[in-house]
Design a protein around this ligand. Structure first.
Ligand SMILES: C[S@@+](CC[C@H](N)C(=O)[O-])C[C@H]1O[C@@H](n2cnc3c(N)ncnc32)[C@H](O)[C@@H]1O
Length: 292
């Protein structure tokens, strides 16, 4: 292997991990006996601050006004909605998720991270994103690949059409996507975080229908493990398929934002720019922005 190939390989391997904040190991270790899976999920998978930074930047670039009403589809604990609300005292958010357990956990957590006034600007709906009626919203988010759970072209197009209908005339729809050669393989990737290890388990992939089962486990320094903390049974969509379906659903433009590379570390630099040409990495995460 040449030096160039070796460098590329190390960059490839790390790029996907970079989207989420790397926390440093500290002295307080945790255990599967005491840890809470939603808390671990928020700390390992989500980076709501950088997601909202990205939403604000793209709105500034593409539109002449400031969005105020955000809908977070598949909101889970509604951490990203909470971040949106904290950014400005006129910001409002609607979170949509059909799982009562995660929604009520999130509402408890939100009473800690939001003031009473801020909570009044958060509306979490226990509903299906396909059927929820929210009226015109400025922007919709579908993060952490949640829309991959629609496995057929027709159902994914149907979801995109429902989002299109819910958006204001100049609304923007944000989603993320992952891929790369390694995403088609069955493998585990570990990341050491603050007191625990996050494990992304690409458990199975079916090349015939594109179906994947991905799991998240958490391992702890006392050798305990929270196995199958989260299981996702979805389809590994590719960027051209997603873009085509967005246009078919009525969006006038769908743009992929690709992550740049830090020249020193050769890892993803957290800066996402619009592009029509990506890199054939082993693992990548991109954003897609669809314009109504
Ligand atoms: C991968 S998690 C995403 C959580 C969070 N949005 C994030 O960025 O990490 C997927 C969430 O989607 C919810 N969900 C799945 N199907 C749904 C549907 N049809 N309508 C609303 N929520 C749904 C699940 O309950 C789960 O909380």
């Amino acid at each position: 292997m040449t030096v160039k190939q070796e460098k590329k390989k190390s960059r490839d391997k790390s790029k996907r991990r970079q989207k989420k904040k790397q926390a440093k190991r500290k002295d307080h270790w945790e255990s599967a006996e005491t840890a809470d899976r939603h808390d671990l999920y928020e700390r390992s998978v989500q980076n709501s601050e950088s997601e909202i930074d990205f939403v604000e930047e793209v709105w500034k670039e593409l539109r002449n006004r400031t969005p105020r009403l955000l809908r977070e589809d598949f909101c889970g604990t509604a951490q990203t909605s909470a971040e949106w609300i904290r950014r400005h005292d006129e910001n409002r958010a609607i979170g949509v998720d059909l799982d009562a357990e995660v929604v009520s956990w999130g509402m408890r957590r939100n009473t800690d991270r939001l003031t009473e006034e801020q909570l009044g600007r958060l509306d979490v709906r226990l509903e299906n994103v396909l059927h929820v009626e929210t009226g015109p919203v400025d922007t919709v988010l579908a993060m952490n690949f949640s829309y991959y759970l629609f496995k057929q072209r027709e159902s994914l197009r149907g979801y995109f059409a429902a989002v299109h209908k819910a958006l204001a005339e100049d609304g923007l729809f944000f989603m993320d996507a992952y891929g790369g050669s390694e995403s088609f393989t069955e493998m585990e990737e570990e990341r050491d975080l603050d007191g625990f290890t996050y494990v992304w388990d690409q458990h199975s992939y079916n090349p015939v229908d594109g179906g994947v089962v991905n799991k998240i486990h958490f391992r702890f320094p006392d050798d305990t493990e929270m196995t199958d903390a989260f299981i996702y049974d979805w389809r590994l969509w590719t960027l051209p398929e997603i873009k085509e379906l967005l246009l078919e659903a009525g969006f006038c433009r769908a743009t992929v934002y690709w992550e740049g590379t830090d020249e020193e570390t050769e890892e993803g630099d957290g800066e996402f720019k619009p592009t029509t040409c990506g890199e054939a990495c082993a693992g990548w995460i991109a954003y897609i922005v669809a314009e109504k």
